[in-house]
Design a protein around this ligand. Sequence first.
Ligand SMILES: Nc1ncnc2c1ncn2[C@@H]1O[C@H](COP(=O)(O)OP(=O)(O)O)[C@@H](O)[C@H]1O
Ligand SMILES: [Mg+2]
Length: 354
Amino acid sequence: MEKRTVGILFGGANSEHEVSLMSSTSVLNNIDRDKYDVVMVGITRDGRWFRYTGPVEQIKDSSWEQHPDNLPAFLSPDRGVHGLITLRDGQAETTRLDAVFPVMHGRFAEDGSMQGLLDLAGIPFVGPGVCASALCMDKEYAHIVLEAAGIKTSDWFCVHKDALPPLVDLEVKIAVKLGGFPVFVKPCNAGSSVGVSKVKDSAQLEEAMRLAFQHDSKLLFERAIVGKEVEVAVLGNGQPVASDHLGEIVPKLEFYDYNSKYYDDTADLYIPARVTDEETQLIRETALRAFQALGCKGLSRIDFFLLPDGSCILNELNTLPGFTHISMYPKLFIDSGLSYAGLIDRLITLAIEA
Ligand SMILES: Nc1ncnc2c1ncn2[C@@H]1O[C@H](COP(=O)(O)OP(=O)(O)O)[C@@H](O)[C@H]1O
Ligand SMILES: [Mg+2]
């Protein structure tokens, strides 16, 4: 079979830059090199693009940025190019790409903007398209679409920086709409728990909002759910499948924060989750409904709370979930019988088929 050329994008100008470095290192170390020629493109924290040809090991610690062979490069929206333009000694070189896997998370990666550029360029890419990516990224719009589809989310409301109600009014809203403290305060557009706080009383409110506003001008307030935190992985286009089992997260601290996700040992993960078969089926089915309601394709990791009465609440859909060797998305499909390399292959094939 003819080899395909796949662009792997890593880094990104967002708060999940480092997570992308870890995810892309795993993808680059596992992608089937007999089947795919890999073109690496790194995006720095300040949004500069480079064609990278150095060792994969230099990605994780950011030292790739200093590599002497780096060349300025960018995806061309010109469909005739169908790929990358690299600048070498003032000359433009073009590299055709059969597909792109943006192994990046969050803003300018998972929010529809990169997908728009790839659409203009006419290049197939891994993950949902512009609209689904944007809807899943913005927690307010995701909640609205989920509600319209009859899928339960936590009780919520949003506030905008430029139309901020006085603190006393906010507290009334928290009491009336969310049943009082504790509540979760989150930036509507972020990820990896960046800017998320659990607020236990009114004294903690302003600090939580200040923190969340560092990442977005719109905040989501949510009722704090007491239940099991479970995740399911979905793969496919028109006929998506859910992983056989769920993953369960048991945070040892207040909640599953950034450090527990990537650095320390403050959360226990269980695959399969310690739930009944009925609960597993409910979550798998609800995840597939949500995937379709939001118009997803390719992949998503869909996160839920499972309540003591056996019902579930959908927390969020991650359209480009963490892909490190310890990440739940690949682990759930490995548990379902795929290999890590097989999963990457499947994702690229789905991108091209779509
Ligand atoms: N409404 C909620 N009730 C209970 N825990 C929550 C709630 N919202 C978020 N959390 C906790 O905070 C973590 C991060 O919140 P999440 O909405 O998933 O943000 P992110 O998009 O940054 O991952 C979750 O994994 C969970 O542990
Ligand atoms: Mg989350």
